[in-house]
Write a protein that binds this ligand. Structure first.
Ligand code: HEC
Length: 219
């Protein structure tokens, strides 16, 4: 008999058992991870707030301990000035999400990092200082989404085409964007400066604010 046949770690039965145990073990770990992930990504959890978060101010502050910026849910600040119930908020946000899918925003943008790199990531678009200030932001966003073609929004030179978004779709999309900005993304996107939301009224819109719609767009 040769030497190798007596070595336990070289025997076929050992490796067969090993394969079975590793497969079974990984299966258990995967089941655990699946449940853990579902918990992390479900709206109403710690990382992904309930849809009614759109009734609140959302800010973005540096967290010393985690060493990146995290969303901070602030005092009540209802979207379009109207406080919604959880069910109403969910309906509005999902209408917005369906709009972003129907109009294929990912063709140009990234959402939570997924999509294309032609246009800015939309994860924190709600907090972009280019919307002027918090008092005009919602209206600016609706107007921009409905008529982006004649605007240079944050002066990066590219323009968004008119996607024939209705006002209802635009408002729902703004709700979706507001909700998305409240998601704890482990600091993504990094080095982001949020819009100033201090109580002090902003003296003048930020220099990079949307051009007034009145800008001549005549043929
Ligand atoms: C054909 C490409 C394209 C598509 C499709 C597109 N966008 Fe854009 N979008 C752009 C470009 C380019 C800009 C930057 C415009 C600028 O800065 O002047 C932009 C800017 C924006 C901004 C401002 C971003 C910020 O950080 O303030 C928002 C919000 C936005 N788009 C939302 C959407 C939504 C919602 C959809 C889908 C309904 C969409 N876009 C589809 C090209 C696109």
């Amino acid at each position: 008999m040769s030497q190798t046949q007596t070595l336990w770690w070289a025997s076929e039965s050992f490796w067969r058992k090993m394969a079975i145990w590793v497969t079974a073990g990984s299966f258990v770990v995967l089941i655990f991870l699946t449940f853990d992930t579902v918990k992390q990504i479900t709206a109403g959890g710690k990382r992904v707030p309930a849809y009614s978060v759109i009734n609140h101010q959302i800010d973005y502050k540096f967290d010393e301990k985690r060493n990146f910026q995290v969303p901070v849910i602030g005092p009540e600040e209802p979207l379009f000035g109207k406080k919604l119930t959880e069910a109403e908020a969910e309906a509005l946000v999902s209408h917005g999400k369906l709009t972003t899918q129907a109009k294929n925003c990912m063709n140009c943008h990234t959402l939570l990092g997924n999509g294309s790199y032609y246009a800015p990531d939309l994860t924190k678009a709600w907090l972009d200082p280019a919307w002027g200030n918090k008092d005009v932001r919602e209206q600016q966003m609706v107007e921009f989404l409905m008529n982006p073609q004649d605007r240079l929004h944050n002066a990066q030179g590219r323009r968004m085409p008119n996607l024939k978004i209705t006002e209802a779709e635009a408002r729902a999309t703004v709700a979706f964007l507001k909700w998305m900005s409240s998601i704890d993304t482990n600091g993504f996107p990094a080095n982001f400066t949020p819009i100033d939301q201090s109580a002090a009224p902003a003296a003048a819109p930020a220099p990079a604010a949307v051009e007034p719609a009145a800008a001549p767009a005549q043929p």
